[in-house]
Design a binder for this molecule. Structure first.
Ligand code: GCB
Length: 614
């Protein structure tokens, strides 16, 4: 009922935009056979004034500066004549891709602008009729992609995948892939120019060359409904996409279902879930090997099956109330010089701290879509996930083009992640100041999510209002959300002393579950203050803040989960205290290198004593 009401409200508030218009033209989700990983050493050339793209006065870029040209500079220089070049990507410096450039060289630590990257490669010989694609998992923030001197595509948005067809440009040998990566954010980008994290530029996630048959499986899904059905779809792409026999198969369940694609190349599955199916849960994160097949193509995935719903103030996982015991994290691996390089082991190192260290069952992946690796590790380890798009603090609420960017990022994430059982909540933003235009923007995003993925819950990390000793949640966005979430920092920011927290009263609607999406205090690992009233920045203050905040939040009747801020200290250019911060936000429960602070134990103990299902 509440969901229906919210959906209705969203429709009223949001301008209509068909979900089809938001589907990326190519997805290539799932695991496929013919994949060449282009990770490794890429050479690069800085282009701070962007003269590789356009010349002064907006003229066409000088050919001697066009980094994307398919030219062997050294060979050209050896020839007689007057031509010369002001770049040479073959002989330039190199860095490891994927990985942000900020960590690659001291001179790039705060570089914010355009860098051209180049990778030379040979392609596996193509069979007749085969098609070839480049799949970028993330380029932060804008990408200009050229293969063998020809522009093959562009993309904006630093955290979502995109696929470009290169069938007609790819060579068997000596390919020259050049990507111009522009990290600059502005008033119309998402996120905007100021965040409380390092905006990390570069090719931060893997790049793959994928070869497919002429008609191939672009995307396939399967999920469990509350009615006990396995429903899903399979999308073919290619000249023969219509009227094809396709199938889905789960050997462990002895299940094989067939369907036929329609005129648009789409087939739908709707089958009774076998009695033997075991549900995915944090306690038992069982994933099944699922094979989707067509005549000539096959895609594999590992999928967990579970149901998710909200009833009154309860979140129900597989029909049972659950309390989310989690923590927020940034996409930043452990170590003194992180490069946002989330390998499988880097993701597991972070998530194990949540699962086994903190006794958690949930993680808030803030403030943007994290890598697929992170989502898959959460699936395997058994951690429910909050997935957010970076509509953070303030974006240009009145600009329809900015809303479209947000919707695209949202859609790209949904299409990427919809087979992940771990994924429970879509957050449409964080701490955006209440105003009519902002609420309209978020409501439109919530409507987009509901249309593209009605099977998960919608939330947003909201600001609270403070009136004297009363903390109020009265955001007009609430009717559009399934789950309320708020960030609260009383006792760290503002004038409250820790003993004041006991007096605070929470005035909030109780007809929905509440998550406290953030609370936290900075502490420098190893800095101690053993006095009766420990000072801010000490581990003792942070631990006392956690105890006082947990006691306060424990009195909220519809509290259904926590994700304190934050698991690990993370890079933030806003944090410049020379003793305690030095460019790091110190609200981590562990330091950047993994040293646990006292508050870690407070949180771990708290979660240990909370029953996992209520
Ligand atoms: C917040 C933001 C988060 C910041 C945090 C802080 O409310 O959502 O991105 O890092 O506070 O440390 O101030």
């Amino acid at each position: 009922m509440i969901r229906r009401l919210a959906a209705l409200l969203a429709l009223v508030a949001a301008p209509a935009l068909a979900s089809d218009a938001l589907r990326p033209p190519l997805l290539l989700t799932g695991q496929r056979a013919d994949v060449q990983d282009l990770s490794g050493r890429w050479t690069y050339s800085k282009d701070y004034y962007r003269t590789g793209l356009t010349d002064i006065n907006g003229w066409v870029a000088k050919s001697r500066m066009q980094r994307y040209r398919d030219v062997d500079v050294a060979a050209e220089e050896a020839k007689p004549g007057t031509a010369f070049f002001e770049f040479d990507l073959d002989r330039g410096p190199a860095m490891e891709i994927p990985g942000a450039w900020n960590a690659a060289a001291p001179e790039l630590r705060w570089y914010d602008g355009l860098i051209w990257f180049q990778r030379r490669f040979d392609a596996a010989p193509a069979k007749p009729g085969q098609r070839s694609f480049l799949r970028f998992e993330a380029v932060n923030y804008r990408a200009h992609v050229y293969l063998n001197g020809k522009e093959v595509g562009r993309h904006e948005g630093g955290f979502t995948p995109f696929v470009l067809e290169v069938t007609d440009v790819l060579r068997a040998q000596g390919n020259r892939l050049v990507v111009g990566v522009d990290s600059r954010h502005d008033a119309q980008s998402i996120p905007g120019e100021i965040t409380d994290w390092d905006l990390y530029g570069g090719i931060t996630r893997p790049v793959k060359l994928i070869q497919t048959p002429a008609t191939f499986i672009d995307d396939a899904t399967l999920r469990l409904t509350e009615a006990g059905r396995l429903v899903g779809s399979l999308q073919l792409n290619g000249a023969q996409a219509a009227g094809q026999a396709v199938s889905v198969q789960i050997d462990a369940l002895n299940l094989k279902a067939r369907a036929t694609t329609d005129a648009h190349g789409e087939a739908r599955f709707d089958i009774a879930a076998p009695g033997a199916l075991k549900r995915w849960s944090p306690e038992s994160p069982l994933l099944y090997a699922v094979r989707f097949a067509s005549d000539g193509d096959a895609v594999d995935d590992r999928v967990g099956f579970r149901t998710l719903a909200v009833k009154g103030s309860e979140i129900l996982l597989n029909g049972k109330p659950i309390t989310l015991r989690g923590v927020s994290i940034h996409e930043e691996e452990l170590g003194a010089n992180p490069a946002r390089r989330l390998t499988d082991s880097a993701a597991r190192a972070l998530l194990s701290e949540v699962k086994t260290g903190l006794n958690g069952n949930y993680v808030r992946l803030s403030h943007y879509p994290h890598s697929e690796t992170m989502l898959r590790a959460a699936d395997e380890l058994g951690l429910l996930v909050w997935n957010e798009i970076p509509v953070y603090w303030t974006v240009d609420w009145d600009n329809p083009a900015v809303l479209l960017k947000a919707r695209r990022q949202q859609a790209e994430t949904i299409y990427r992640d919809r087979n992940r059982a771990a994924l429970a909540l879509w957050s449409v933003g964080n701490e955006t100041p209440v105003a009519e235009n902002r609420t309209r923007f978020h409501a439109a995003l919530a409507a987009t999510v509901r249309e593209l993925d009605p099977s998960r819950l919608i939330s947003a990390a909201l600001l609270v209002e403070r009136q004297g000793d009363t903390v109020r949640i009265a955001d007009p966005l609430l009717p559009h959300l399934d789950v309320m979430a708020v960030n609260t920092y009383a006792g760290w920011y503002g004038d409250d002393r820790l003993e004041d927290l006991a007096r605070l009263k929470w005035a909030l609607p109780t007809d929905k579950p509440l998550l406290v999406s953030e609370f936290g205090a900075d502490a420098l690992a190893g800095y101690h203050d053993l006095s009766a009233q420990p000072k801010k920045w000490s581990e003792e203050f942070q631990a006392a803040y956690y105890r006082a905040t947990l006691a306060m939040l424990g009195r909220i009747p519809n509290l259904r989960g926590l994700s304190p801020w934050v698991l690990k200290d993370f890079r933030s250019p806003r944090r410049e205290h020379p003793i305690f911060q030095n460019g790091w936000n110190r609200k981590g429960l562990i330091s950047e290198t993994g040293q646990r602070k006292q508050a870690f134990e407070v949180m771990a103990e708290h979660y240990k004593t909370l029953p996992s299902n209520r």
